[in-house]
Design a protein around this ligand. Structure first.
Ligand SMILES: Nc1ncnc2c1ncn2[C@@H]1O[C@H](COP(=O)(O)OP(=O)(O)OP(=O)(O)O)[C@@H](O)[C@H]1O
Ligand SMILES: [Mg+2]
Length: 306
């Protein structure tokens, strides 16, 4: 039995279709990334998956429970870390943990033990007595994750859990997610940091409410980029951007900061072939040119263009 299965999941707000006919199958213990730009429909999808928002149409099963029919029953089985934290800022770290243990209906003695486990696993020892509002964002996110896990759910939904945190906090957070997945917890994570999606076993790209691509990061790269990609640095990209935008034949160009990514349409183009072609097209030699592996950002751009 898969951890999460949806068929034809759709949410309309009036005439507007926020989530459009989404089919998902997420296996147990997977880290599943749900990726999309602002407004793509990520939070709306999560809210339906956790039983907070009834879908307009379609079915949802989480851990075998029919979420549309039994939205309350699912609560014991899942954890949810919302995009806007549910933590209380004017409670201390410990008080927040105690409070949520109460909400989950965990008995006092058990709650005490789970609290100690949580504080240790999430390395919050030094911060027990800190007011939550005084914690740096990365620690708040850690605490929010810990609290969402208190009742030991089998499936956890994380809505942009690392948004705004610094790279070190984000790395630590992803290590926690990986250790959860190793323990068999299914993690459904939304993000718009494409480099984070590399940590996922599979990802779905969502655009305007529709899934436009789904697979493991490597599958997607292979699917969208069978031909070579080169990163080219001309040194003065801004000045001549309109010239470069015209591109060179048999390729597609996208701009990454001060560099060009040129995706060839033929398999057997070498760096040298491209150098000759660029020099004759633009009348100048690129400074550097090297073959690169596509990033998920490349995949995303290409999937959206299609
Ligand atoms: N209750 C609502 N009523 C009307 N429109 C809504 C409602 N909730 C969301 N929307 C719209 O649905 C679309 C998808 O919103 P959603 O919050 O799911 O996007 P998101 O992918 O989570 O974006 P972000 O990355 O900004 O969090 C947006 O256009 C949003 O304005
Ligand atoms: Mg959102």
């Amino acid at each position: 039995m898969n951890a999460i299965v949806t068929k034809g999941l759709t949410k309309k707000f009036g005439e507007f279709i926020a989530v459009n006919n989404i089919d998902l199958e997420v296996g147990n213990g997977e880290i599943f990334g749900f990726l999309g730009a602002n407004g793509a429909g990520k939070t709306t999808t999560i809210k339906m998956l956790v039983g907070l928002l009834p879908p307009t149409s379609g079915s949802i099963f989480v851990s075998g429970i029919d979420v549309v029919k039994q939205p309350l029953k699912i609560r014991e089985t899942i954890g949810y870390m919302s995009q806007k934290f549910s933590l209380y800022n004017d409670l201390t770290v410990e008080e927040n943990i105690d409070f949520f243990a109460g909400i989950y209906g965990i008995a006092f003695k058990k709650a005490k033990q789970l609290k100690e486990e949580l504080i240790e696993r999430f390395q919050l020892q030094e911060f027990r007595k800190f007011l939550t509002k005084d914690l740096p964002l990365g620690l708040k996110q850690r605490l929010a994750l810990g609290v969402a896990l208190m009742h030991k759910p089998k499936v956890i939904f994380l809505d942009e859990p690392t948004s705004g945190a610094d790279p070190i906090a984000r790395k630590y957070f992803w290590e926690l997610i990986q250790s959860l997945a190793n323990d068999g917890v299914t993690c459904f994570v939304t993000t718009h940091y494409l480099e984070e999606a590399e940590f996922c076993s599979r990802i779905s790209l969502i655009d305007s409410g529709k899934i436009i691509a789904c697979g493991s990061p490597n599958e997607l790269k292979r699917k969208y980029f069978q031909t070579p990609i080169f990163e080219v640095d001309f040194g003065n990209l801004e000045k001549n951007i309109e010239v470069y935008r015209k591109g060179v034949s048999n390729s597609e160009i996208s701009f990454f900061g001060s560099r060009l990514h040129i995706t060839m349409k033929e398999l057997s183009v070498s760096e040298n072939d491209l150098r000759i072609q660029l020099t004759s097209t633009f009348g100048e030699q690129p400074r550097t040119i090297r073959r690169i592996l596509p990033t998920l950002e490349d995949v995303f751009i290409k999937a959206i263009q299609k």
